[in-house]
Design a protein around this ligand. Structure first.
Ligand SMILES: CC(C)(COP(=O)(O)OP(=O)(O)OC[C@H]1O[C@@H](n2cnc3c(N)ncnc32)[C@H](O)[C@@H]1OP(=O)(O)O)[C@@H](O)C(=O)NCCC(=O)NCCS
Length: 210
């Protein structure tokens, strides 16, 4: 499969700033930018920047960012699922994971998360993919928002739902380990039935139980 990536760019106003929402961003450009101190949900900003540059270098990797000048205030990542997780077992070239989405506190709850996802889907190439997002409550910023798991889950449903991602059942033990965790997915318009059936087999591996 050839991973076609088409670049798009928009402006978006949030928190009194005129942001550029753009991507997929080339690794060299991303490396030259600065990550805002508020981008620390998963790692310190500098480490996260390095990790994102590596994703941007992958043939299938896509990084969409929100920036004010050279200051990155938000990002979304797309790449093949982690080899440690069941989603990679089928080695589906057309399966991408929306691996992380983060927006700095400075511009949160102003639509930036949804705007980055909307921009991702301006690229019609994503209609050839099944895109999943595994929602684990231990990745959420419960402390920073003061929300409980259900309040936070609602945000994630709104953010992911804005690009047509829907909740999908699975018997994956990690997802099933807490009721607020969930699998969300969007099946691209050009994905063929046999690929969807393959994905169904990945979602359910213990059918004898049902
Ligand atoms: C999750 C996250 C990316 C959302 O980004 P965001 O730019 O703040 O989200 P948006 O502004 O696009 O908001 C989406 C919806 O959630 C709502 N929302 C966002 N933050 C909220 C909050 N703290 N309380 C209540 N509602 C909230 C918005 O009002 C909006 O609702 P609407 O669709 O009805 O208008 C951001 O909170 C974040 O970076 N969190 C830390 C990292 C994380 O948890 N990532 C997810 C796991 S990978």
């Amino acid at each position: 499969m050839i991973h076609t990536k088409r670049y798009y760019c928009n402006t978006y106003e949030a928190g009194g700033r005129e942001l550029i929402i753009e991507g997929p961003v080339e690794p060299e450009r991303l490396a030259a930018m600065t990550f805002d101190e508020g981008l620390k949900a998963f790692r310190v900003p500098e480490e996260q920047q390095k990790a994102l540059v590596e994703i941007a270098e992958l043939p299938e990797g896509r990084i969409i960012i929100a920036r004010d000048g050279d200051l990155v205030l938000g990002y979304v990542t797309y790449l093949h699922p982690d080899p440690m997780e069941r989603w990679s077992e089928a080695k589906m070239e057309d399966l991408l994971e929306l691996g992380a989405i983060e927006v700095s506190h400075k511009v949160r709850a102003a639509g930036v998360g949804k705007a980055m996802l909307e921009l991702s889907y301006l690229d019609d190439a994503l209609e050839d993919y099944i895109v999943i997002s595994t929602e684990y409550y231990w990745h959420w910023d419960l402390k920073g928002t003061g929300l409980d798991v259900w309040g936070y889950r609602k945000i994630m449903e709104k953010v992911m739902g804005s690009i047509g991602m829907i909740w999908m059942a699975t018997d994956d033990p990690e997802i099933c380990s807490h009721p607020a965790n969930c699998l969300m997915a969007r099946i691209g318009k050009r994905v063929q039935n046999d690929r969807i059936m393959r994905f169904d087999q990945v979602r359910f591996q213990n059918r004898f139980m049902y």
